[in-house]
Design a protein around this ligand. Structure first.
Ligand SMILES: *Cc1c(COP(=O)(O)O)cnc(C)c1O
Length: 244
């Protein structure tokens, strides 16, 4: 597919996704435009990200450290004037925290005290060297079903991990991220996320962000108070089956 054709496809998809978000806002009695769009760009090339920037998107989500690091640099070369924001949304090993703290504008997948400590350390060092100008904003990844294999903090641990993150000088606790479990009913899953977010906000009033909803369930997440939806497939098309 040529560049112009790809840009037309992405533009049409973006219009459709924005329309879904706005309709969901109206249906939920919320102001259209009050829900942010995080474009999930995992597995797509930097050239596509550059086109998304041209179309007015400015916040991108990546879930693999190495792929993201390369892409961040490539996009900076393709669009030198642009200042995209990069959010990390995937499972993160502690030994990769340093790399992520260099370029991430937010990490949405903090799910343990140990990972928080590694990111805290890395973010403070990045501030010392001038690579970062401020603490690293993070969300706690909340596990709706408590299944440890999928990552995320179960409800019983949420405030314990939150208290730790809130005490990390290199981090800023901004809220909660969640993925609805595949086999669950998204309505009850996002209702559960809303309850957990309320509990978090009661203890940490600045931690207001809810990142919930993807291509298949963004309407339900918006109905339950999501502030930002993370959309990949609906925006960029089907990914190759071999990649996540
Ligand atoms: C891939 C991914 C998304 C986007 O999913 P789509 O179904 O492609 O919209 C959202 N959140 C996370 C954490 C992801 O890994």
């Amino acid at each position: 597919m040529g560049t112009a054709e790809r840009e037309r496809e992405l533009a049409a998809r973006l219009v459709a996704v924005r329309a879904r978000i706005d309709e969901a806002c109206v249906a939920a009695g919320r102001a259209p435009g009050s829900v942010g769009l995080l474009a999930v760009t995992k597995t797509i090339p930097a050239a596509d990200v550059a086109l998304l920037l041209d179309l007015g998107l400015d916040t991108f989500g990546e879930n693999r450290v190495q792929e993201a690091g390369v892409k961040v640099a490539e996009v900076a070369e393709l669009r030198p004037g642009a200042k995209p924001k990069w959010f990390f949304i995937g499972g993160l090993q502690r030994n990769k925290a340093k790399a992520v703290a260099r370029w991430a504008d937010r990490v949405e997948s903090v799910d343990s005290v140990r990972l928080a400590d590694a990111l805290d350390d890395a973010a403070q060092r990045a501030q010392d060297t001038g690579e970062r100008l401020a603490p690293l904003p993070v969300l706690l990844q909340y596990s709706v079903d408590g299944d440890p294999r999928r990552g995320g903090v179960p409800r019983t641990d949420l405030l314990r991990v939150a208290e730790h993150v809130a005490g990390c000088a290199g981090l800023r606790l901004d809220g909660l991220m969640a993925v609805a479990p595949l086999e669950s009913d998204p309505d009850s899953a996002f209702a559960e996320v809303a309850k957990a977010a309320e509990e978090l906000r009661a203890a940490y009033p600045q931690a207001t962000t809810i990142s919930a909803g993807m291509s298949n369930d963004l309407e339900v997440a918006i109905r339950h108070g999501s502030d930002v939806v993370r959309v990949g497939t609906a925006l960029v098309g089907e990914r190759p089956l071999t990649s996540r």
